[in-house]
Design a protein around this ligand. Structure first.
Ligand code: ADP
Length: 156
């Protein structure tokens, strides 16, 4: 059975912390589907089409990585794309507290295991929330953004 992982998130926007998690996880999986959450209750800074397009651009040359927007439960999305793993990144103990509850619920609902990849120390303070603040205030967030998309984001 191929090892297929879904890496779900808001990616509002995707950061170098996220891309590092994907790149370091590539040896573990046959393919990684980056699932871009489209939750009607959530207010995003960047629309789903834009968040998805940016990720497609970043990973255009990586055959193992694909991108799909999804709404609803992550485990349902996993079933639809035949994924047997969920991939999540951990930056801190706070991330662990939050993520472990979700991972346990997902496992008992679906049997799908969540695999955690620790962030590198130099990326552990990077969050999409901070980047959105910088962008809203016309600052330069390019240090935290993948090179392929930083110009476009900083123009907004
Ligand atoms: P969500 O809204 O689902 O938390 P995010 O886009 O904020 O979506 O995060 C997606 C995943 O990436 C989560 O597992 C999160 O912990 C992880 N992540 C976010 N920022 C980093 C980072 N700097 N280093 C490692 N993992 C990260």
């Amino acid at each position: 059975m191929p090892k297929i992982a879904v890496f779900p998130g808001s990616f509002d926007p995707i950061t170098i912390g996220h891309t590092d998690i994907v790149e370091r996880s590539l040896p573990l999986f046959d393919s990684i589907i980056i699932g871009v959450g489209n939750n009607s209750q959530k207010k995003y800074l960047f629309d789903t089409e834009t968040r998805t397009r940016w990720i497609e651009k970043i990973f255009a040359h990586e055959k193992k990585v694909s991108v799909q927007a999804f709404s609803g439960l992550t485990v349902e999305f996993c079933k639809n794309v035949n994924a047997n793993f969920i991939l999540r990144g951990l930056r801190s103990a706070a991330d662990f507290e939050y993520e472990s509850l979700i991972a346990q619920a997902n496992l008992s609902m679906s049997g799908i295991e969540t695999i955690f990849m620790l962030s590198k120390p130099e990326y552990s303070a990077i969050s999409s929330t901070v980047i959105r603040d910088i962008v809203r205030n016309n600052g330069d967030a390019s240090k935290f953004l993948p090179a392929a998309i930083s110009k476009e984001i900083n123009k907004k």
